[in-house]
Each structure stands twice: as structure tokens, then as C-alpha cells.
Design a protein around this ligand. Structure first.
Ligand SMILES: [Zn+2]
Length: 315
């Protein structure tokens, strides 16, 4: 789903909007479906399901400090979800303004829990935001990685991560040509097999593929699009607190420490866990920081690990 806000680049006409998002999706598919040497051909296909224009809403990226955790972006995505039967998809918001509040970054993304039954049965959607500076870049291709890498590493609720599976402990990759390099490559970004394998198992992909089965053109796991699939058993039942998360909540300012491992295998949706996992994700997203573009000409060997600089102590 794409959502254009007022003033975002290419927001003025339906043709411009469609053209911008389709170009972003085409580049995402270059990376995730076809593949670019020396990477793998992963076969993940993104399609546009619906496009929304919200001329009454202006969100200047320059005022966004928490990326997709920004309440205006979050609310916009929530409103959009109600219009599309809570489709499992990646919700992409186009913001006005060249950069996010740091004056450098042009994109941000992460998953968000909709329900949680247990570590193998839950629903997440994708949230992504791009500023004008992301125009005609591989930023969307990069941001979908931050969504599709969202997963549990083991049967602990606290093991949820968005880390790059080929670079444990880090949301980003160290290879400057990898699509998940923190400064997104301008040309020929590639995807490695570990990244492909994990992304292919994302609940966003699996649920999207399942719900679109029968719609031939979308059956191959589209995601920026989504499904039109009604969120079935999404009725929130009140459930007892998950104790392990109650402990976590007071463990640090981020509310996202690891370490307490008493996992309950709930067979019903647990809104408390959903709420706390989303707090954890917001923390991980802030720690990860928003994404920049590769700079031309390349700056002299000043390779700072930008992903590390904003340590917000999530672990
Ligand atoms: Zn990134």
C-alpha cells in the first residue's frame, strides 16, 4: 500500500504518484525477485495493491525523529489499514521534505505486530517511510529488508529481531554493495542467500502469499501491495499478562532487554504481548537509525559504522 501525504515529491497527480511508487517497486523487484550479481535470485515479488493520497495530511520528514515510530506516521498507517481490511502488507508512506530530522537520512522501516498467538503464529505488517530524498533510489528495496528480516530467533518472546541474518547483531550489512549496507548503494545492490532465506520466511510474505492464493498475478508473495485479506481472528481477547514481558518493561529505558526466558505458549491472541513487542520494535528501529544514501563521490576512507553510533541500549 502506498500513501502519499501532501507536498511529497510526485504527489500532485495520480499519474505521478503511481509512477513514483511503481518505479520504487520495480527497483525492489530487481533486488528481491530477479537479483543482481553477485547476489541471489530470490523470487520475492512486490506488487502495488492500493494507492492512497491524503492531501489533508502534511508530514515534513524534517520533523520526524523516530522514523516509522512517529505517531503521525503510525496513525496514518492504522487509518489506511482499516480501509483495506487490515491487509497484511507493507504500508509505505511518502513524506514531504528532502531529509529526516538528522538532515541526512531519507528512509526508515520496520515491522509491526498485529496479533501474537505464539512465536510461530503471529501477524506482522510492514511500515516504511520515505522522504523526497529517496526519489529514484533503492531505498524502498532496502527498507523492505528491515521489514522482512523481522523474526524470532528462538522460542523466547524476547528473541524478536530485525537484524540482517548475514551479519548477526547488526541490522545492516558491512558490504558496501549489499542492499542492506547502511548507506544504500546507488547502483547494482545485491542480496545474499542468507538474507533471501530469512526474508522468504517472513510472516509478511507467507501470510500475503497464502491470502492471495488464487489471484494468479499476486500469488507470488507480493508485499508492498498486500492482499485485501480480512484480518480474520483478530478479535482482541483480553489475556493475562505475559510475565516475562512485565519484567522487561522495567529493565531499561527502551523496555527491550533480553534475558528473561519464561515463554508461555498462548493459544490465543495476546494483546499485551503485541503491545510490548511493538515497543521493542520501536526501540530497535531507533537503535538502527534511519537510512542514508550512498554519497557520490565517495568520501575518503571515513567509514564510520553508522548503525552503531546511535546505541540506544536495546540489548
Ligand atoms: Zn537500513
Amino acid at each position: 500500500m502506498s500513501i502519499f501525504t501532501r507536498g511529497a515529491r510526485s504527489s500532485d497527480t495520480p499519474e505521478l504518484r503511481t509512477s513514483r511508487v511503481q518505479a520504487d517497486i520495480r527497483r525492489a523487484n530487481e533486488v528481491w525477485r530477479t537479483g543482481i550479481s553477485p547476489g541471489v535470485s530470490c523470487g520475492i515479488n512486490f506488487v502495488l495493491l492500493s494507492e492512497f493520497y491524503r492531501p489533508e495530511i502534511t508530514i515534513d520528514a524534517g520533523t520526524v525523529t523516530d522514523g516509522v515510530g512517529d505517531s503521525r506516521i503510525d496513525n496514518l498507517i492504522r487509518e489506511t489499514r482499516t480501509q483495506v481490511n487490515n491487509a497484511t502488507a507493507i504500508y509505505l508512506v511518502y513524506l514531504s521534505g528532502e531529509f529526516f530530522s538528522d538532515g541526512l537520512s531519507v528512509g526508515n522501516a520496520g515491522p509491526s505486530f498485529e496479533n501474537f498467538f505464539n512465536n510461530t503464529n503471529y501477524t506482522i505488517i510492514g511500515r516504511a517511510a520515505l522522504s523526497d530524498g529517496a526519489f529514484e533510489t533503492y531505498l524502498l528495496a532496502h527498507e523492505v529488508g528491515h521489514v522482512l528480516f523481522g523474526r524470532f530467533l528462538n522460542d523466547s518472546v524476547e528473541s524478536f529481531t530485525v537484524n540482517d541474518p548475514s551479519n548477526p547483531g547488526d541490522a545492516h550489512n558491512n558490504n558496501p554493495q549489499n542492499i542492506m549496507f547502511p548507506s544504500v548503494p546507488a547502483m547494482n545492490p545485491f542480496l545474499n542467500s542468507l538474507q533471501c532465506n530469512v526474508a522468504s520466511q517472513s510472516r509478511v510474505i507467507l501470510e500475503n502469499a497464502a491470502s492471495t492464493a488464487g489471484f494468479s498475478e499476486m500469488a507470488d508473495a507480493g508485499a508492498v501491495a498486500g492482499s485485501g485479506f480480512a484480518g480474520n481472528g483478530n478479535q482482541f481477547r483480553s489475556a493475562e499478562d505475559d510475565e516475562s514481558f512485565d519484567q522487561i518493561e522495567s529493565s531499561n529505558s527502551c523496555g527491550c532487554s533480553e534475558g528473561h526466558h519464561h515463554h508461555h505458549n498462548h493459544n490465543h491472541n495476546n494483546p499485551n504481548v503485541v503491545r510490548k513487542l511493538n515497543k521493542l520494535i520501536d526501540c530497535l528501529i531507533i537503535e538502527m537509525g534511519p537510512d542514508k544514501l550512498e554519497i557520490f563521490p565517495k568520501p575518503p576512507e571515513k567509514k564510520k559504522k553508522s548503525s552503531k553510533k546511535k546505541k540506544k541500549d536495546c540489548s
